[in-house]
Design a protein around this ligand. Structure first.
Ligand code: SF4
Ligand code: ZN
Length: 420
């Protein structure tokens, strides 16, 4: 094992011992929250002459200018250059930010892409921790851990609200969309291997994501291509190859190879995991899922809620309430954390009938996934405008009214086999 001495120019300690540290509301100076305001974290590849090594720029107010206990936007763009750098590595580097920022004493980070949440504790603030130190940490760690591909690195941290909005919507989201689109022509059947990801074990020690082309990691930030690039960059790192030579049941997506891998990487906590079922040995969830789906017994379908949605669902639970019974690396049949992109996948709970089971989701999420979801519904079942059949909070959050809505719209779930 290679042990690196990390010496970062910040006023608090930096060590993996702080990774699992949680900052409670009463102990926090300020927070940044991508589910409520515009946030983003992004790596961009540049040419050598476009990057000034170790340049850290802050655009916007610093922590001392933010109100105690307030929620603020933040966006950091890490520009890297190097002869061996490839755009394929960008998401891999980005996904490590979670770990880097968490290793700062008194600072907490969760989420990814444009959904991260950061808390800076009062103690860290009083010790002198400020916005540019986030840039210092990202700079040092990226140079440390990706020295094989990154020769120069500069970081811009935006806290100015208008700039955060611009970076999120005009820069980051188009990049994320482009990355997601690269996967479109890959299917689980056409690749020879899947990948494991255990990046989240600092928080959920027995959690293992199995990442396939049609099922990205539940954080939404690790696609099969990203897992592959992670493995190429660091063959002994968090993403390992899982062969798929010994299928047990193709419909459930169960394989002896997958079971062996999750047994090994969960240190024996998990024995069987299926790729395509929410009822039978579903994949575990850590804490950073973009969405949760859960069965809705009245309509014989599933409800999906995304992290940004703060309202009620027809399950009588909010997203946070659903999250409290889904996370932590345990299997909870009937509930499952997943990435947004997975909603339009042909493998979305395929064992239970697939996307036809989706009966309700928040309006905004429905609009985000509509184009792709409708395309999948047309291909799989010949249904036009499937999202029109799915309820949202503007129709109802009451389970009985939802059944009435679904009946009126002739939703296919009502005539499917019971899930339980
Ligand atoms: Fe990896 Fe899964 Fe965590 Fe995403 S949620 S970083 S895929 S372990
Ligand atoms: Zn996680």
């Amino acid at each position: 094992i290679k042990i690196k001495i990390t010496n970062i120019d910040i006023p608090v300690a930096f060590a993996s011992a702080f990774e699992g540290e949680i900052i409670r509301r009463k102990d926090m100076q300020v927070e940044f929250d991508g589910s409520r305001v515009d946030c983003a974290e992004l790596v961009q590849t540049r040419s050598m002459d476009e990057v000034e090594d170790h340049k850290i720029t802050v655009v916007g107010p610093d922590v001392d200018e933010m109100e105690l206990g307030s929620k603020n936007p933040i966006a950091y763009v890490v520009e890297v250059a190097g002869k061996r750098m490839q755009p394929d590595f960008e998401p891999v580097i980005e996904r490590k930010f979670h770990n880097y920022i968490n290793c700062i004493e008194g600072v907490y980070h969760t989420g990814q892409r444009d959904m991260q949440r950061i808390r800076i504790g009062k103690e860290a603030y009083n010790a002198g921790f400020r916005i540019r130190h986030i840039g210092e940490v990202l700079y040092t760690q990226v140079k440390n851990e990706f020295e094989a591909v990154v020769d120069k690195c500069q970081v811009t941290v935006y806290t100015d609200p208008a700039e955060c909005t611009r970076i999120r919507h005009e820069v980051a989201i188009p990049v994320f969309d482009k990355r997601d689109a690269r996967l479109e022509n890959l299917t689980d059947e056409t690749v020879d291997v899947y990948y494991s990801c255990i990046l989240c074990q600092a928080f959920s020690p027995s959690h293992v994501c199995v990442v396939t082309p049609e099922r990205l990691g539940l954080c939404g930030a690790v696609s099969w291509l990203d897992a592959k690039a992670t493995n190429e960059l660091d063959p002994n790192g968090p993403c390992q190859i899982i062969t798929k030579e010994r299928p047990i049941d193709e419909n459930l997506g169960s394989y002896e190879d997958v079971d062996e891998a999750v047994q090994k990487f969960s240190q024996g906590a998990l024995e069987h995991v299926t790729l395509y079922s929410i009822m039978q040995d579903p994949m575990t969830s850590c804490g950073c899922f973009e969405c949760i789906c859960g069965i809705e017994p009245f309509s014989n379908g599933v409800v999906i809620a995304n992290r940004e949605y703060a309202g009620m669902t027809p399950l009588g639970m909010t997203f946070s309430e659903m999250a409290s019974m889904t996370g932590g690396g345990v299997q909870t049949p009937g509930f499952m954390g997943h990435g947004k992109h997975f909603i339009s996948s042909k493998k979305f709970m395929k064992a239970e009938g697939g996307i036809e089971r989706i009966v309700w989701m928040p309006k905004e999420l429905k609009e985000t996934v509509a184009e792709r979801l409708n395309k999948t519904a047309k291909e799989l079942y010949g249904i036009d405008n499937f999202t029109d059949m799915i309820g949202d909070e503007t129709n109802t959050t009451d389970p009985e009214e939802l059944v009435a809505f679904l009946t009126e719209h002739n939703h296919p779930a009502l005539s499917m086999d019971p899930m339980m």
